[in-house]
Design a protein around this ligand. Structure first.
Ligand code: PM9
Length: 460
């Protein structure tokens, strides 16, 4: 099997400004965690030392992006930054029509409302929280068609984001193609651990969906990170640039939703893109109801400018090699200490297998939520649960019980150093050492939607 290059990946930037971090004492962390209902989402950021809650909107912008902010054209209509962004989206991703939105879920909302009818089925390569909720709110039902390897944290198949084409064809035959408005394909599958899909699989999927006249909609939130794994591991791609691979991925799909807060290196922003004029027309109409005029979609002109520049930076080969290199470095440190992580290491973070680390805590006592709380107590490192709490409930009220019960150590882009990675791994190792003494949790408050954001817990 091909290996990712082990050559050094020093960051292709130097630091111009720093943000000071606050160190906390164990007593302060205990108090803060209790006030947060043992949910790391409810901690105040000032009580956090190293923040690995998410890579969403937490990356550091470049001097070029900050300079771009000063070029914000804040006209209500026809901002020049919109046209710049439109050009960049066409150039880098190749999609014809652009609808800016305030962030990814704004695009998911509009797309779902346009394409999904009540009773429709939306197959996808593993669910994502906000994506599935918008599909359900539009009357659809998500069906998981990712390969079975993706649900096994120890399986080292390099493209665990791939679609099981047989599963998809069985679904199409069972329900009929007219019930499937699109297949939803994420690059760098988040809930599986940032696992990539291969171009080969995507091409096969394209052939199958063409046969039945079904669209592919691309959740392209982390497409550049996916492209890196293709460049490193897929036959025939080692000489292609990230930019070329990203464009090829997008060319195999019909439209996309994007949370630009990840790959595209901005603190806020997103968009929907499509190659279909009719879909664009409807989206352009809907965006004025829910987001803002079609030339700003809930964003300031300066945000669109920073996004246009960030998209270009995101497909730079040196950037992406250092970005994923840092993630791999952290994963390798954690493995040295015996901490059970999802393998292979994905693109945006390290995912610890809480079922393996805390086998004495049953899933209904929230092992991953427990572990995230323990890590914060140990060192002030903030991670997040990606297990039964995130999975939430089915429209009929039953809990989803996902196979993967994970704690995500998500690494913001261009923010932390290798020394931070060492501190994080050491904290994980300390919690691992005392794992047998850790007790589970009960949920004492559960909000209706996306409960992981606001639920509260108590120790059992
Ligand atoms: N992802 C993340 O931390 C932020 C919200 S959930 C904690 O991973 C994908 C693959 C995402 C994603 C957000 C969205 C929604 C869509 N698809 O957060 O609305 O990872 O910009 O994007 C988060 P927005």
């Amino acid at each position: 099997m091909k290996q990712i290059s082990k050559n050094s990946w020093a960051e292709p930037f130097k630091i111009k400004m720093v943000e000071l971090l606050k160190m906390t004492t164990p007593a302060q962390r205990k108090k803060a965690l209790k006030e947060a209902g043992l949910n790391t989402f409810l901690l105040k950021s000032e009580d956090v030392y190293i923040d690995l809650l998410t890579d969403s909107g937490t990356s550091a912008m470049s001097d070029q992006q900050w300079a771009g902010m000063m070029l914000g054209d804040e006209a209500y209509a026809g901002s020049s930054n919109y046209y710049h962004l439109e050009d960049v989206v066409k150039e880098v991703y190749g999609y014809k029509y652009l609808i800016p939105t305030h962030q990814g879920r704004g695009a998911e909302h509009i797309l779902s409302q346009i394409l999904i009818k009540k009773g429709d089925i939306i197959p996808g390569n593993m669910y994502f929280t906000t994506t599935r909720l918008h599909q359900e709110l539009a009357g659809g039902r998500f069906e998981d068609i990712i390969i079975k390897e993706a649900h096994d944290s120890a399986n080292e198949f390099p493209f665990k984001g791939n679609v099981d084409l047989n599963k998809l064809e069985t679904l199409i035959k069972k329900h009929g193609a007219q019930k499937i408005p699109y297949v939803c394909i994420a690059t760098s599958v988040n809930m599986a651990g940032g696992q990539p899909i291969s171009i080969k699989n995507l091409k096969e999927l394209r052939t199958l969906t063409k046969k039945y006249g079904i669209r592919i909609i691309h959740d392209m939130t982390r497409v550049a990170e996916n492209a890196y794994f293709i460049q490193q591991l897929e036959k025939g791609y080692s000489k292609k640039s990230i930019k070329q691979i990203v464009k090829e991925i997008c060319s195999l799909t019909d439209g996309a939703t994007m949370s630009a807060k990840k790959d595209a290196l901005v603190n806020i922003g997103g968009f929907m893109a499509t190659n279909e004029w009719d879909v664009f027309e409807e989206a352009r109409n809907m965006v004025v109801v829910y987001e803002g005029l079609h030339t700003y979609g809930g964003l300031a002109g300066r945000d669109m400018e920073a996004m246009a520049i960030g998209i270009k930076e995101s497909v730079n080969d040196n950037h992406i090699r250092a970005r994923v290199g840092q993630v791999i470095y952290l994963g390798e440190q954690m493995m040295k200490y015996g901490v059970p992580i999802v393998k292979p290491i994905g693109g945006h973070g390290i995912f610890v297998d809480a079922k393996k680390m805390l086998p004495h805590i049953p899933q209904h006592e929230y092992p991953a939520q427990t572990l995230a709380a323990e890590l914060y107590l140990d060192s002030g490192v903030r991670t997040m649960e990606r297990g039964v709490v995130s999975a939430g409930r089915k429209p009929n009220g039953e809990n989803y019980f996902p196979k993967l019960e994970l704690v995500r150590f998500t690494i913001p882009r261009r923010v932390y150093t290798q020394a931070h990675m060492d501190v994080i791994a050491e904290s994980a190792a300390r919690v691992f050492e005392r794992r047998k003494k850790i007790k589970g949790l009960k949920m004492i408050y559960e909000p209706k939607y996306l409960r992981f954001f606001q639920a509260r817990f108590e120790q059992l």
